[in-house]
Design a protein around this ligand. Sequence first.
Ligand code: NDP
Length: 318
Amino acid sequence: KVVCVTGASGFIASWIVKLLLQRGYTVRATLRDPGNPKKVDHLLKLEGAKERLQIFKADLLEEGSFDSAIDGCDGVFHTASPVMVRALINDPQTELLDPAVKGTLNVLQSCSKSPSVKRVVLTSSISAVLYADRPLTPDAVVDETWFSVADNCRKLERWYSLSKTLAEDEAWKFANKNGIDMVSILPAMVAGPLLQPEVNESVEPILSLINGEPFPNNVFGWVNVKDVAIAHIQAYEIPTATGRYLIVERVVHLSELAGILRDLYPTLQIKDECEDDKPFVPTFQVSKEKAKSLGIEFTPLEVTLKETVECFREKNIL
Ligand code: NDP
């Protein structure tokens, strides 16, 4: 079968491409800059790439840009979206919201034009869930029925979360209106081995801790990149898969994450010191019930962190 992966150079998408090739698929990978070896070389080296990987150039903001890559595909994995959480954002509209929202609609438009497309798997995020009008307390069990409220993201100036919330919301509206079979995957912070050469945003907090910086007073859910990639593929392959799927192994305060890293690597100078002296932000729980129905067996956070650090060492990032 032929499938398309948008934003194929990225951290999560590279793993999706790798596992799809392993499963025998022909993969059409869209990149906005296929001429850049840093974006494409790691994909071309994957097992099966010579025979079954096809590279397409496509940009989220160019209308019709995805038509040729998507036409004739059985499935589409739409992962491309700007990931800027910690980076300095000057203009949220042009840097984040337009590519996320217009880009998603652009991709779905191409899907609706191609009768071969049987299912679309959209990479959304836990950010499209957490800013619902419901308190995040240690007793709260967040599940797929929660949907972030755009105004809550705006008030908090969480532009990335706003981009993911609006993109998923618009995607559901478009899919329902146009009869597209869509499933969305909602990962928390993704870590684990990087296939691409550049460090992506979601592993940066781990790198900062290893570099001896104090931990921010914050709570994140974490999940292994391989589990996230498997979730995407299962969501495509399992006919009964439907709706949204949170993909989160464990939610921890960064103090706990620092503690796990210290236990794993006693020789690294990981600080037991918070960036501020306010009370710790409370943790919350995330339901794994729907994820389990995709057959996901979550990699424990300890293993994910170990794989991340080993990868930093292999790539001489440490
Ligand atoms: P990466 O930054 O590694 O990948 C993002 C991809 O989107 C890149 O391939 C990037 O292309 C592409 N992209 C960005 N802007 C454009 C544009 N204007 N036109 C075409 N392509 C564009 O991040 P991740 O792999 O982490 O993220 C992939 C998806 O997963 C995103 O949708 C993200 O929101 C979501 N996600 C990520 C989480 C995480 O913790 N990492 C958690 C939850 C969801 P280029 O390489 O050229 O910049």
